[in-house]
Design a binder for this molecule. Structure first.
Ligand code: ACO
Length: 431
Protein backbone atom coordinates (compact mmCIF):
# COMPACT_ATOMS: atom_id res chain seq x y z
CA UNK A 1 0.00 0.00 0.00
CA UNK A 2 1.42 3.42 -0.92
CA UNK A 3 1.92 6.04 1.83
CA UNK A 4 -0.88 8.23 0.52
CA UNK A 5 -4.36 6.70 0.20
CA UNK A 6 -7.89 7.86 -0.47
CA UNK A 7 -10.87 6.19 1.18
CA UNK A 8 -14.11 5.94 -0.77
CA UNK A 9 -17.39 5.17 0.98
CA UNK A 10 -20.53 3.91 -0.75
CA UNK A 11 -23.25 5.87 1.04
CA UNK A 12 -25.85 3.22 0.18
CA UNK A 13 -24.11 0.10 1.44
CA UNK A 14 -21.80 1.85 3.92
CA UNK A 15 -18.80 -0.07 2.54
CA UNK A 16 -15.48 1.86 2.65
CA UNK A 17 -12.41 0.97 0.63
CA UNK A 18 -8.96 2.51 0.80
CA UNK A 19 -7.31 3.12 -2.58
CA UNK A 20 -3.58 3.79 -3.03
CA UNK A 21 -2.43 7.02 -4.66
CA UNK A 22 0.32 6.61 -7.22
CA UNK A 23 2.78 9.51 -7.17
CA UNK A 24 4.88 10.80 -10.04
CA UNK A 25 8.01 12.99 -10.20
CA UNK A 26 5.99 16.17 -10.76
CA UNK A 27 2.29 16.90 -10.86
CA UNK A 28 -0.73 15.49 -9.09
CA UNK A 29 -0.81 11.84 -8.03
CA UNK A 30 -3.55 9.51 -9.27
CA UNK A 31 -5.93 7.34 -7.25
CA UNK A 32 -5.38 3.75 -8.36
CA UNK A 33 -8.96 2.68 -9.06
CA UNK A 34 -8.20 -0.63 -10.82
CA UNK A 35 -10.16 -2.52 -8.14
CA UNK A 36 -13.20 -0.18 -7.94
CA UNK A 37 -15.43 -2.51 -9.95
CA UNK A 38 -14.36 -5.55 -7.95
CA UNK A 39 -14.89 -3.73 -4.64
CA UNK A 40 -18.08 -1.80 -5.34
CA UNK A 41 -19.56 -3.19 -8.58
CA UNK A 42 -19.43 0.31 -10.11
CA UNK A 43 -17.48 1.68 -13.06
CA UNK A 44 -16.01 5.18 -12.91
CA UNK A 45 -17.41 7.79 -15.31
CA UNK A 46 -15.11 10.39 -16.90
CA UNK A 47 -16.11 11.40 -20.44
CA UNK A 48 -13.20 13.07 -22.22
CA UNK A 49 -10.85 11.62 -19.54
CA UNK A 50 -10.49 14.97 -17.77
CA UNK A 51 -9.54 13.26 -14.48
CA UNK A 52 -8.10 10.00 -15.72
CA UNK A 53 -4.42 9.03 -16.00
CA UNK A 54 -4.33 6.20 -18.54
CA UNK A 55 -0.72 5.20 -17.91
CA UNK A 56 2.53 5.98 -16.12
CA UNK A 57 5.00 7.64 -18.45
CA UNK A 58 8.62 8.85 -18.22
CA UNK A 59 8.48 10.87 -21.43
CA UNK A 60 6.74 14.25 -21.15
CA UNK A 61 5.46 16.42 -18.31
CA UNK A 62 3.00 19.31 -18.62
CA UNK A 63 1.94 21.70 -15.87
CA UNK A 64 -1.04 23.40 -17.49
CA UNK A 65 -1.52 25.96 -14.71
CA UNK A 66 2.08 27.13 -14.78
CA UNK A 67 2.58 26.75 -18.54
CA UNK A 68 5.41 24.22 -18.20
CA UNK A 69 6.37 21.58 -20.78
CA UNK A 70 9.29 19.20 -20.23
CA UNK A 71 10.56 16.45 -22.55
CA UNK A 72 12.38 13.87 -20.38
CA UNK A 73 12.86 16.66 -17.83
CA UNK A 74 14.27 19.28 -20.24
CA UNK A 75 12.24 22.53 -20.58
CA UNK A 76 10.83 23.07 -24.05
CA UNK A 77 12.30 26.59 -24.17
CA UNK A 78 15.87 25.20 -23.86
CA UNK A 79 15.31 22.47 -26.42
CA UNK A 80 13.67 24.89 -28.88
CA UNK A 81 16.62 27.25 -28.60
CA UNK A 82 19.58 24.86 -28.50
CA UNK A 83 18.59 21.46 -29.83
CA UNK A 84 17.61 19.92 -33.16
CA UNK A 85 14.65 17.79 -34.09
CA UNK A 86 16.76 14.65 -34.49
CA UNK A 87 18.43 15.21 -31.13
CA UNK A 88 14.99 15.67 -29.53
CA UNK A 89 13.77 12.51 -31.29
CA UNK A 90 16.68 10.64 -29.70
CA UNK A 91 15.81 12.16 -26.32
CA UNK A 92 12.17 11.09 -26.57
CA UNK A 93 13.02 7.57 -27.75
CA UNK A 94 15.96 6.76 -25.48
CA UNK A 95 15.39 9.07 -22.51
CA UNK A 96 18.72 10.95 -22.82
CA UNK A 97 20.27 13.59 -25.03
CA UNK A 98 22.75 11.77 -27.27
CA UNK A 99 26.52 12.06 -27.02
CA UNK A 100 28.19 13.22 -30.26
CA UNK A 101 28.83 9.58 -31.27
CA UNK A 102 25.30 8.52 -30.41
CA UNK A 103 23.88 11.41 -32.42
CA UNK A 104 26.03 10.48 -35.42
CA UNK A 105 24.90 6.87 -35.21
CA UNK A 106 21.24 7.87 -34.79
CA UNK A 107 21.41 10.33 -37.69
CA UNK A 108 23.10 7.69 -39.88
CA UNK A 109 20.38 5.18 -39.07
CA UNK A 110 17.56 7.65 -39.77
CA UNK A 111 19.07 8.78 -43.06
CA UNK A 112 19.65 5.14 -44.07
CA UNK A 113 15.91 4.54 -43.84
CA UNK A 114 14.57 7.64 -45.60
CA UNK A 115 13.75 5.81 -48.86
CA UNK A 116 10.37 4.14 -49.26
CA UNK A 117 9.69 1.09 -51.38
CA UNK A 118 9.26 2.31 -54.95
CA UNK A 119 5.80 0.76 -55.20
CA UNK A 120 4.58 2.84 -52.24
CA UNK A 121 4.80 5.83 -54.59
CA UNK A 122 2.11 4.25 -56.77
CA UNK A 123 -0.38 4.49 -53.93
CA UNK A 124 -0.59 8.24 -54.50
CA UNK A 125 -1.90 7.69 -58.04
CA UNK A 126 -5.10 6.35 -56.49
CA UNK A 127 -5.84 9.77 -55.02
CA UNK A 128 -7.60 12.56 -56.86
CA UNK A 129 -5.25 15.52 -57.36
CA UNK A 130 -7.07 17.58 -54.72
CA UNK A 131 -7.31 14.86 -52.05
CA UNK A 132 -6.70 16.29 -48.59
CA UNK A 133 -3.02 15.68 -47.71
CA UNK A 134 -4.01 14.23 -44.31
CA UNK A 135 -6.16 11.61 -46.07
CA UNK A 136 -3.13 10.67 -48.18
CA UNK A 137 -0.73 10.68 -45.23
CA UNK A 138 -3.00 8.53 -43.06
CA UNK A 139 -3.60 6.01 -45.82
CA UNK A 140 0.01 5.75 -46.99
CA UNK A 141 1.43 5.51 -43.45
CA UNK A 142 -1.03 2.70 -42.84
CA UNK A 143 0.13 1.09 -46.11
CA UNK A 144 3.67 0.92 -44.70
CA UNK A 145 2.36 -1.88 -42.49
CA UNK A 146 1.94 -3.98 -45.63
CA UNK A 147 5.68 -3.65 -46.35
CA UNK A 148 6.73 -4.36 -42.77
CA UNK A 149 4.46 -6.89 -41.18
CA UNK A 150 5.88 -10.40 -40.76
CA UNK A 151 9.35 -8.89 -40.23
CA UNK A 152 8.26 -6.96 -37.11
CA UNK A 153 8.29 -8.57 -33.69
CA UNK A 154 6.87 -5.98 -31.31
CA UNK A 155 8.13 -8.00 -28.34
CA UNK A 156 11.73 -7.71 -29.49
CA UNK A 157 13.46 -4.42 -28.43
CA UNK A 158 15.69 -4.37 -31.54
CA UNK A 159 12.72 -4.82 -33.83
CA UNK A 160 10.87 -2.01 -32.02
CA UNK A 161 13.90 0.25 -32.36
CA UNK A 162 14.20 -0.44 -36.08
CA UNK A 163 10.52 0.26 -36.48
CA UNK A 164 10.88 3.61 -34.64
CA UNK A 165 13.81 4.65 -36.87
CA UNK A 166 11.93 3.62 -39.99
CA UNK A 167 8.83 5.63 -39.18
CA UNK A 168 10.79 8.79 -38.19
CA UNK A 169 12.85 8.46 -41.40
CA UNK A 170 10.02 7.73 -43.81
CA UNK A 171 7.41 10.23 -42.60
CA UNK A 172 9.05 13.21 -44.37
CA UNK A 173 9.44 11.18 -47.57
CA UNK A 174 5.74 10.26 -47.51
CA UNK A 175 4.77 13.83 -46.60
CA UNK A 176 6.94 15.14 -49.46
CA UNK A 177 5.28 12.73 -51.89
CA UNK A 178 1.80 13.75 -50.66
CA UNK A 179 2.77 17.38 -51.18
CA UNK A 180 4.04 16.82 -54.71
CA UNK A 181 0.90 14.86 -55.62
CA UNK A 182 -1.18 17.68 -54.16
CA UNK A 183 0.60 20.34 -56.24
CA UNK A 184 0.93 18.12 -59.33
CA UNK A 185 4.73 18.01 -59.47
CA UNK A 186 7.14 15.04 -59.72
CA UNK A 187 8.21 13.36 -56.47
CA UNK A 188 11.57 14.37 -55.06
CA UNK A 189 13.73 11.66 -53.48
CA UNK A 190 15.31 12.23 -50.06
CA UNK A 191 18.86 13.60 -49.95
CA UNK A 192 20.78 12.16 -47.05
CA UNK A 193 23.48 14.82 -46.94
CA UNK A 194 20.87 17.39 -45.87
CA UNK A 195 19.58 17.97 -42.34
CA UNK A 196 16.22 16.45 -41.43
CA UNK A 197 14.43 19.76 -41.97
CA UNK A 198 16.58 20.75 -44.97
CA UNK A 199 15.73 17.44 -46.63
CA UNK A 200 12.06 18.03 -45.92
CA UNK A 201 12.16 21.50 -47.50
CA UNK A 202 14.00 20.07 -50.49
CA UNK A 203 11.39 17.33 -50.99
CA UNK A 204 8.60 19.91 -50.73
CA UNK A 205 9.96 22.72 -52.86
CA UNK A 206 12.72 21.59 -55.22
CA UNK A 207 11.84 20.93 -58.85
CA UNK A 208 13.82 19.02 -61.50
CA UNK A 209 13.88 22.13 -63.70
CA UNK A 210 15.74 24.50 -61.44
CA UNK A 211 18.20 24.71 -58.56
CA UNK A 212 16.71 24.99 -55.11
CA UNK A 213 18.57 26.67 -52.31
CA UNK A 214 17.52 25.92 -48.77
CA UNK A 215 16.84 29.11 -46.84
CA UNK A 216 18.60 28.72 -43.44
CA UNK A 217 15.91 30.80 -41.69
CA UNK A 218 13.21 28.48 -43.04
CA UNK A 219 15.27 25.40 -42.13
CA UNK A 220 15.80 26.55 -38.54
CA UNK A 221 12.19 27.69 -38.06
CA UNK A 222 10.89 24.39 -39.41
CA UNK A 223 13.19 22.39 -37.16
CA UNK A 224 11.99 24.41 -34.17
CA UNK A 225 8.33 23.87 -35.08
CA UNK A 226 8.96 20.13 -35.28
CA UNK A 227 10.64 20.21 -31.84
CA UNK A 228 7.67 22.08 -30.34
CA UNK A 229 5.23 19.48 -31.68
CA UNK A 230 7.35 16.41 -30.89
CA UNK A 231 5.37 15.17 -27.90
CA UNK A 232 2.59 16.31 -25.59
CA UNK A 233 1.91 13.40 -23.23
CA UNK A 234 -1.48 11.69 -23.48
CA UNK A 235 -3.24 13.97 -26.01
CA UNK A 236 -5.97 12.59 -28.28
CA UNK A 237 -3.72 11.33 -31.08
CA UNK A 238 -1.10 9.84 -28.75
CA UNK A 239 -3.79 8.12 -26.71
CA UNK A 240 -5.17 6.78 -30.00
CA UNK A 241 -1.73 5.38 -30.93
CA UNK A 242 -1.48 3.76 -27.49
CA UNK A 243 -5.02 2.37 -27.64
CA UNK A 244 -4.55 0.93 -31.13
CA UNK A 245 -1.09 -0.32 -30.13
CA UNK A 246 -2.49 -2.00 -27.00
CA UNK A 247 -4.17 -4.59 -29.23
CA UNK A 248 -0.75 -5.62 -30.58
CA UNK A 249 -1.53 -4.22 -34.03
CA UNK A 250 1.19 -3.39 -36.54
CA UNK A 251 2.97 -0.23 -35.26
CA UNK A 252 2.64 1.56 -38.63
CA UNK A 253 -1.13 0.97 -38.43
CA UNK A 254 -1.09 2.39 -34.87
CA UNK A 255 0.76 5.51 -36.09
CA UNK A 256 -1.76 5.87 -38.94
CA UNK A 257 -4.56 5.87 -36.35
CA UNK A 258 -2.71 8.72 -34.60
CA UNK A 259 -2.65 10.65 -37.91
CA UNK A 260 -6.42 10.15 -38.24
CA UNK A 261 -7.05 11.44 -34.70
CA UNK A 262 -4.71 14.39 -35.22
CA UNK A 263 -6.60 15.61 -38.28
CA UNK A 264 -9.63 16.91 -36.34
CA UNK A 265 -9.99 20.70 -35.92
CA UNK A 266 -10.13 20.35 -32.12
CA UNK A 267 -6.59 18.86 -32.26
CA UNK A 268 -3.93 19.12 -34.98
CA UNK A 269 -6.37 20.40 -37.58
CA UNK A 270 -6.57 23.65 -35.59
CA UNK A 271 -3.56 25.18 -37.41
CA UNK A 272 -5.43 24.88 -40.70
CA UNK A 273 -8.62 26.16 -39.03
CA UNK A 274 -6.77 29.23 -37.67
CA UNK A 275 -5.75 30.36 -41.15
CA UNK A 276 -9.26 29.74 -42.50
CA UNK A 277 -10.64 31.76 -39.58
CA UNK A 278 -8.22 34.64 -40.27
CA UNK A 279 -9.29 34.54 -43.93
CA UNK A 280 -12.94 34.64 -42.87
CA UNK A 281 -12.41 37.55 -40.45
CA UNK A 282 -10.58 39.30 -43.24
CA UNK A 283 -9.89 42.66 -41.62
CA UNK A 284 -9.00 44.03 -38.16
CA UNK A 285 -12.26 46.01 -38.23
CA UNK A 286 -14.19 42.71 -38.03
CA UNK A 287 -12.37 41.36 -34.98
CA UNK A 288 -14.91 42.62 -32.42
CA UNK A 289 -17.77 40.99 -34.32
CA UNK A 290 -15.98 37.62 -34.40
CA UNK A 291 -15.07 37.84 -30.71
CA UNK A 292 -18.81 38.29 -30.03
CA UNK A 293 -19.60 35.29 -32.19
CA UNK A 294 -17.05 33.18 -30.25
CA UNK A 295 -18.75 34.16 -26.99
CA UNK A 296 -22.26 33.42 -28.23
CA UNK A 297 -23.35 29.97 -27.03
CA UNK A 298 -25.90 29.74 -29.88
CA UNK A 299 -23.18 30.30 -32.47
CA UNK A 300 -20.91 27.31 -33.27
CA UNK A 301 -18.02 29.67 -34.08
CA UNK A 302 -14.99 29.26 -31.77
CA UNK A 303 -11.75 31.20 -31.81
CA UNK A 304 -9.50 28.59 -33.38
CA UNK A 305 -6.03 28.44 -31.84
CA UNK A 306 -7.47 29.49 -28.48
CA UNK A 307 -7.98 27.28 -25.46
CA UNK A 308 -6.46 24.00 -24.45
CA UNK A 309 -7.61 21.04 -22.39
CA UNK A 310 -4.50 21.13 -20.21
CA UNK A 311 -3.02 24.65 -20.44
CA UNK A 312 -4.96 27.12 -18.37
CA UNK A 313 -2.11 29.57 -18.81
CA UNK A 314 -0.17 30.71 -21.89
CA UNK A 315 0.89 27.61 -23.87
CA UNK A 316 4.73 27.74 -23.53
CA UNK A 317 5.02 26.59 -27.15
CA UNK A 318 2.88 29.56 -28.24
CA UNK A 319 5.31 31.97 -26.52
CA UNK A 320 8.26 30.51 -28.46
CA UNK A 321 6.40 30.30 -31.73
CA UNK A 322 5.07 33.85 -31.48
CA UNK A 323 8.67 35.13 -31.38
CA UNK A 324 9.77 32.85 -34.22
CA UNK A 325 6.77 33.93 -36.28
CA UNK A 326 7.89 37.56 -36.10
CA UNK A 327 11.50 36.58 -36.95
CA UNK A 328 10.48 34.44 -39.93
CA UNK A 329 8.08 36.99 -41.36
CA UNK A 330 10.73 39.68 -40.93
CA UNK A 331 13.41 37.53 -42.63
CA UNK A 332 11.02 36.74 -45.48
CA UNK A 333 10.13 40.44 -45.88
CA UNK A 334 6.57 39.66 -44.81
CA UNK A 335 6.53 41.61 -41.53
CA UNK A 336 3.61 43.69 -42.86
CA UNK A 337 1.56 40.60 -43.60
CA UNK A 338 -2.09 41.60 -42.96
CA UNK A 339 -2.91 38.20 -41.47
CA UNK A 340 -0.13 38.64 -38.89
CA UNK A 341 -1.52 42.04 -38.01
CA UNK A 342 -4.98 40.49 -37.74
CA UNK A 343 -3.71 37.64 -35.55
CA UNK A 344 -1.97 40.09 -33.20
CA UNK A 345 -5.11 42.22 -32.90
CA UNK A 346 -7.29 39.17 -32.29
CA UNK A 347 -4.94 37.91 -29.59
CA UNK A 348 -4.77 41.34 -27.95
CA UNK A 349 -8.55 41.79 -27.79
CA UNK A 350 -9.27 38.20 -26.68
CA UNK A 351 -6.67 38.38 -23.90
CA UNK A 352 -8.46 41.43 -22.43
CA UNK A 353 -11.96 40.07 -22.78
CA UNK A 354 -13.65 38.79 -19.58
CA UNK A 355 -15.08 35.73 -21.37
CA UNK A 356 -11.59 34.52 -22.35
CA UNK A 357 -9.94 35.67 -19.10
CA UNK A 358 -12.48 33.88 -16.86
CA UNK A 359 -12.21 30.65 -18.85
CA UNK A 360 -8.42 30.91 -19.03
CA UNK A 361 -8.46 30.71 -22.81
CA UNK A 362 -5.02 31.61 -24.13
CA UNK A 363 -3.50 31.17 -27.60
CA UNK A 364 -2.21 27.64 -28.13
CA UNK A 365 0.67 26.41 -30.29
CA UNK A 366 -1.49 26.41 -33.39
CA UNK A 367 -2.40 30.06 -33.23
CA UNK A 368 0.94 31.10 -34.74
CA UNK A 369 2.28 27.93 -36.40
CA UNK A 370 0.03 28.35 -39.45
CA UNK A 371 1.41 31.84 -40.11
CA UNK A 372 4.95 30.45 -40.14
CA UNK A 373 3.98 27.58 -42.45
CA UNK A 374 2.28 30.05 -44.74
CA UNK A 375 5.42 32.22 -44.82
CA UNK A 376 7.45 29.09 -45.72
CA UNK A 377 5.16 28.56 -48.73
CA UNK A 378 3.25 25.59 -47.31
CA UNK A 379 -0.42 25.48 -48.36
CA UNK A 380 -3.06 25.65 -45.62
CA UNK A 381 -4.35 22.13 -46.22
CA UNK A 382 -0.86 20.80 -45.60
CA UNK A 383 -0.39 22.32 -42.13
CA UNK A 384 -1.62 19.31 -40.17
CA UNK A 385 0.79 17.06 -42.08
CA UNK A 386 3.61 19.22 -40.68
CA UNK A 387 2.21 18.70 -37.19
CA UNK A 388 2.07 14.93 -37.80
CA UNK A 389 5.75 14.92 -38.84
CA UNK A 390 6.68 16.68 -35.63
CA UNK A 391 4.55 14.40 -33.46
CA UNK A 392 5.94 11.16 -34.97
CA UNK A 393 8.85 10.63 -32.50
CA UNK A 394 6.45 11.27 -29.62
CA UNK A 395 3.91 8.77 -30.94
CA UNK A 396 6.49 6.06 -31.51
CA UNK A 397 8.25 6.69 -28.18
CA UNK A 398 4.90 6.44 -26.37
CA UNK A 399 4.01 3.30 -28.34
CA UNK A 400 7.36 1.71 -27.37
CA UNK A 401 6.95 2.70 -23.73
CA UNK A 402 3.46 1.18 -23.66
CA UNK A 403 4.68 -2.02 -25.27
CA UNK A 404 7.42 -2.35 -22.64
CA UNK A 405 5.09 -1.55 -19.71
CA UNK A 406 4.06 -4.76 -17.94
CA UNK A 407 1.07 -2.99 -16.36
CA UNK A 408 -0.54 -2.15 -19.70
CA UNK A 409 -3.26 -4.38 -21.12
CA UNK A 410 -5.56 -4.00 -24.08
CA UNK A 411 -7.29 -0.61 -23.67
CA UNK A 412 -10.94 -1.43 -23.19
CA UNK A 413 -13.12 1.25 -21.48
CA UNK A 414 -16.55 0.43 -20.11
CA UNK A 415 -19.78 2.43 -20.38
CA UNK A 416 -23.03 3.33 -18.68
CA UNK A 417 -25.67 1.76 -20.88
CA UNK A 418 -28.61 4.17 -21.36
CA UNK A 419 -30.43 2.49 -24.27
CA UNK A 420 -33.68 0.52 -24.36
CA UNK A 421 -34.31 -2.06 -21.61
CA UNK A 422 -34.39 -5.73 -22.69
CA UNK A 423 -37.29 -6.34 -25.10
CA UNK A 424 -38.40 -9.09 -27.46
CA UNK A 425 -38.15 -9.17 -31.22
CA UNK A 426 -41.40 -8.28 -33.03
CA UNK A 427 -41.91 -9.62 -36.59
CA UNK A 428 -42.05 -6.85 -39.20
CA UNK A 429 -45.76 -7.42 -39.97
CA UNK A 430 -46.68 -6.78 -36.34
CA UNK A 431 -44.63 -3.55 -35.88
N1 ACO B 1 -13.49 29.91 -28.40
C1 ACO B 1 -14.57 30.25 -27.64
N2 ACO B 1 -14.90 29.62 -26.49
C2 ACO B 1 -14.12 28.59 -26.11
C3 ACO B 1 -13.00 28.17 -26.87
C4 ACO B 1 -12.70 28.87 -28.05
N3 ACO B 1 -11.65 28.53 -28.79
N4 ACO B 1 -12.41 27.11 -26.25
C5 ACO B 1 -13.14 26.87 -25.16
N5 ACO B 1 -14.17 27.76 -25.06
C6 ACO B 1 -15.15 27.86 -23.96
C7 ACO B 1 -16.17 26.72 -24.02
O1 ACO B 1 -17.31 27.09 -24.79
C8 ACO B 1 -16.49 26.54 -22.56
O2 ACO B 1 -17.35 27.58 -22.17
P1 ACO B 1 -18.47 27.32 -21.01
O3 ACO B 1 -17.68 26.96 -19.78
O4 ACO B 1 -19.19 28.61 -20.90
O5 ACO B 1 -19.32 26.20 -21.50
C9 ACO B 1 -15.15 26.77 -21.86
O6 ACO B 1 -14.42 27.65 -22.75
C10 ACO B 1 -14.34 25.49 -21.65
O7 ACO B 1 -14.14 24.85 -22.91
P2 ACO B 1 -14.25 23.29 -23.20
O8 ACO B 1 -14.70 23.06 -24.60
O9 ACO B 1 -15.02 22.62 -22.12
O10 ACO B 1 -12.72 22.86 -23.08
P3 ACO B 1 -12.09 21.54 -23.60
O11 ACO B 1 -10.91 21.29 -22.74
O12 ACO B 1 -13.09 20.44 -23.72
O13 ACO B 1 -11.62 21.91 -25.09
C11 ACO B 1 -10.30 22.67 -26.89
C12 ACO B 1 -10.32 22.31 -25.39
C13 ACO B 1 -10.89 21.54 -27.73
C14 ACO B 1 -8.86 22.88 -27.31
C15 ACO B 1 -11.10 23.99 -27.08
O14 ACO B 1 -10.53 25.02 -26.33
C16 ACO B 1 -11.21 24.39 -28.55
O15 ACO B 1 -12.09 23.89 -29.27
N6 ACO B 1 -10.27 25.30 -29.03
C17 ACO B 1 -10.26 25.68 -30.42
C18 ACO B 1 -9.59 24.61 -31.25
C19 ACO B 1 -8.08 24.57 -31.03
O16 ACO B 1 -7.41 25.59 -31.07
N7 ACO B 1 -7.56 23.35 -30.86
C20 ACO B 1 -6.13 23.12 -30.71
C21 ACO B 1 -5.82 22.58 -29.37
S1 ACO B 1 -4.06 22.50 -29.17
C22 ACO B 1 -3.54 21.16 -30.04
O17 ACO B 1 -4.22 20.19 -30.28
C23 ACO B 1 -2.20 21.23 -30.51
Amino acid sequence: MSKHTVTVTDNTSGKSVEFPVKEGTHGPGAIDIKSVYKEFGYFTYDPGFTSTASCRSDITFIDGDEGVLLYRGYPIEQLAEHSTFLEVSHLLLYGELPTADELDAFTASITKHTMVNESLKDFFDGFHYNAHPMAMLTAVVSSLSAFYHDSIDINDPESRELCAHRIIAKMPTIAGAAFKHFVGEPFVYPKNRLSYSGNLLNMLFSRPTEDYEINPVAEKALDQLLILHADHEQNASTSTVRLAGSTGTNPFAAIASGCAALWGPAHGGANEAVLRMLEEIGDVRNVAHYIDKAKDKDDPFRLMGFGHRVYKNYDPRATIIRKTCHEVLHAMNMADDPQLELAIKLEEIALQDDYFVERKLYPNVDFYSGLIYKALGIPTQFFTVMFALGRTPGWIAQWAEMTEDGEQRIGRPRQIYTGAARRDYVPVVKR
